[in-house]
Write a protein that binds this ligand. Structure first.
Ligand code: AMP
Length: 197
């Protein structure tokens, strides 16, 4: 099962990715976590990306695409859950290309919908370096500008599933389960058919 979790910062992607990872025994891959670990470890990649993360900007596509490319070839034979990638159209296109080469198109993109006010409140309660108010506002703008276009991209690919992310985590998890069940029950039980676009 190859899934993407899409949604604004603070929509609960990390929480749901961890639950899904546990339930299905497949890795949750968070580009944010990987990048922060690189910053912590003071690696060359970490040094390059720190300023972007601190400002709430996206790091350049080529860096995250490389990172995901390596990661997808590691231990994802049984599936994966991507949390925080893709975040731009070029990243989504790069992911499609990578997965097409592996002959394993995405099964679904789960879009966690939460309104901006609720997200601001949630992020204000976290204690991450980039969760200061000015940076939060910027990250939300970046989401609207650069990531929200992926909603219609995946709608066109017929991959998008809308999930009400404003509910408590266990309710969101149940909605995700329903969406996953509906995938298994749809037609041939697999989405591994070529898209016509
Ligand atoms: P997150 O933990 O997903 O909220 O990501 C934290 C920060 O890491 C973002 O604000 C970006 O600076 C960077 N980041 C994470 N994922 C990506 C991505 N797919 N593309 C570009 N930058 C990313």
């Amino acid at each position: 099962m190859d899934l993407v979790l899409l949604g604004p910062p603070g929509s609960g992607k990390g929480t749901q990715a961890a639950l899904l990872s546990e339930k299905y025994g497949i890795p949750a891959i968070s580009t944010g976590d990987v990048l922060r670990a690189q910053v912590e470890a003071g690696t060359p990649l970490g040094k390059r990306v720190k300023a972007y993360i601190d400002r709430g900007e996206l790091v350049p596509d080529s860096l995250v695409v490389d990172l995901i490319q390596h990661r997808l070839l590691a231990d994802t034979q049984q599936g994966f859950i991507l949390d925080g990638f893709p975040r731009t159209l070029p990243q989504a296109q790069a992911l499609d290309t990578m997965l097409a080469a592996l002959n394993r198109p995405l099964d679904a993109v789960l879009y966690l919908q939460v309104d901006p006010e609720a997200v601001r409140e949630r992020l204000g309660q976290r204690h991450r370096g980039d969760d200061r108010q000015s940076v939060i506002d910027h990250r939300l703008d970046v989401f609207l500008d650069q990531t929200a276009p992926l909603i219609s991209y995946y709608e066109r690919e017929r991959k998008l599933k809308l999930i009400d992310g404003s509910q408590p985590p266990e309710v969101v998890a149940a909605s995700i389960e329903d969406a996953i069940r509906s995938l298994a029950g749809s037609g041939n039980g697999s989405s591994r058919t070529p898209s016509r676009s």
